[in-house]
Design a protein around this ligand. Sequence first.
Ligand code: FES
Length: 110
Amino acid sequence: MNSTLPTMDPYRHHVVVCTGSYCSADRRGRALYSQLAGLLQREDMLFGPDRVKRSEVPCLGVCEGGPIVVVYPEGVWYSGVTPALLERIVVEHLRDGRVIEASVFHRLQS
Ligand code: FES
């Protein structure tokens, strides 16, 4: 094995939050991204093999109906994410494994 390669601890999900200004004019994604860390900490999902990685990006190529949040590996795209919906995503989707279908506008093709 090449010892210069980076390493990655195991994780269960990766959540990507758009913090750009086109999908939500007041950049509500920024507040969501801050909120996400606290929710994951509360639900004990920041560490260990079942942890949830999180990333913020300036644009996800949707640019309307935001804030936009994507959850992998499912490839589930949520639109219009409010603080209340983000909490449901963490508890119902990430913790309990139930996608919130009513807020999904796109899915990765399998
Ligand atoms: S700015 Fe959020 S999807 Fe483009």
